[in-house]
Design a protein around this ligand. Structure first.
Ligand code: 5GP
Ligand code: MG
Length: 180
């Protein structure tokens, strides 16, 4: 399906039924990995709110949730590279098993910034769950990302929490910017 948001056209890239299936599998993996532990899911606002909600419904180990709000895109279709912290980490993460929940890893600069912040709080462990990953856009080497929903090309996407200039977060499917 094709949609228009403001001045740009987008086409379907990942339908919600695929997101659901993939999220269920990620949940199973996390449940196994964290058996008998009580992880803290640290959601990165705004983009991760839908993924966080769906992923957490698949989790059946005891867990806690908290959020941090970071912004690196400022109404554009490419990252500005400068990160602003709009809501800081409020939970004590010392000796906790932390799972960072991201919507998308693009250049990796946001995650790099956040990982440093989290590690400074002396958690017992830190893992990363990201719905989307753009391997060709990565500029930071994280090794293998623990839980990845889908790898996508170097393209701009909206929907399922992700926005274009504030719009489109409510869309159930994920769309990519058409280059035509
Ligand atoms: P990075 O710091 O890895 O370059 O970018 C991470 C953040 O930029 C993501 O958490 C997300 O908020 C935003 N971002 C990266 N790629 C996209 C994209 O294709 N679409 C949208 N809407 N946001 C993106
Ligand atoms: Mg994000």
């Amino acid at each position: 399906m094709n949609i228009t948001i403001k001045d740009k056209n987008f086409e379907t890239l990942i339908e919600y039924c695929m997101i659901e299936k993939r999220t269920r599998l990620l949940g199973i993996e996390i449940n196994v990995d964290y058996e008998n532990r009580t992880p803290v899911f640290l959601g990165v606002l705004n983009g991760s709110f839908m993924f966080m909600a769906d992923l957490l419904k698949e989790i059946n180990v005891n867990c806690e949730t908290t959020f941090v709000k970071l912004a690196s895109y400022h109404g554009d279709v490419k990252s500005s590279g400068s990160i602003t912290e709009e809501l800081s980490i409020s939970m004590n993460l010392k000796n906790r098993d932390v799972i960072i929940v991201e919507d998308i890893i693009d250049s990796g600069k946001t995650l790099d910034y956040l990982l440093k912040k989290v590690k400074a709080l002396e958690p017992a462990s830190v893992k990363i769950a990201s719905l989307l990953l753009k391997p060709d856009a990565l500029t930071v080497d994280f090794g293998e990302i623990d839980y990845v929903g889908f790898e996508i090309g170097n393209e701009f996407v909206v929907g399922y929490g992700l926005d274009y200039d504030g719009l489109g977060r409510n869309l159930k499917d994920i769309y990519r910017l058409c280059d035509r």
